[in-house]
Design a protein. Structure first.
Length: 191
């Protein structure tokens, strides 16, 4: 199986990388991917995948990078993704995901990159996301967030959402322009 294009295995033949960018994949992401416990990198970006994100992806506890951007995914981001304690990159931008950001994502203390812009997410930003101490890159533009940014969240959240800080006096906190749409050419390579 390790000889298949886009599939890497370890010495015992277990799948560790599944990188199928721009492969013309269609249909839903199979929930059976949740039965690949040694998977470290999952990149199915820039395909024609539809339907919801399977909650079974939350079983991939060795996952470091989850890249599903630029598809036609819909539905909510599963709370089960909060189980991916080793996750460093979560890239879900450019689909049709809706609902709220799950507060369970606040458990991803190794998360460095969170890109969920260009979806249909809404509601308030959960204060639990203030626990993302390793976060260095955030892209949540092009959604419909409301309310205010909790004091627990760093200024990065204020800048990206253009929402005021909760409890701040006066007008909304000044912000910069939203981040431009990321492309696969600007996304970090797996390491």
């Amino acid at each position: 199986m390790g000889a298949w294009h886009g599939v890497s295995t370890n010495s015992t033949g277990q799948v560790t990388r599944l990188i199928l960018v721009r492969h013309g994949l269609v249909g839903e992401i199979p929930s059976a991917l949740g039965r690949l416990p040694n998977l470290v990198y999952l990149d199915l970006s820039e395909n024609e995948l539809t339907g919801p994100l399977p909650p079974q992806l939350g079983r991939l506890t060795n996952l470091i990078q989850l890249r599903l951007q630029a598809n036609q995914l819909e539905g909510e981001i599963p709370a089960e993704l909060g189980n991916l304690a080793k996750l460093e990159q979560l890239m879900l931008f450019g689909s049709q995901l809706s609902g709220r950001l799950p507060p369970e994502l606040g458990r991803l203390t190794n998360l460095e990159l969170l890109w969920v812009g260009g979806n249909q997410l809404g509601g308030t930003i959960p204060p639990e996301l203030g626990r993302l101490a390793s976060l260095t890159s955030l892209s949540i533009y092009g959604n419909d967030f409301s309310g205010c940014i909790a004091p627990e969240l760093p200024d990065l959240w204020v800048t990206e959402t253009r929402l005021p800080r909760c409890g701040a006096e006066g007008d909304a906190t000044s912000t910069t322009d939203p981040t431009p749409t990321p492309t696969s050419d600007t996304t970090p390579e797996p390491h």
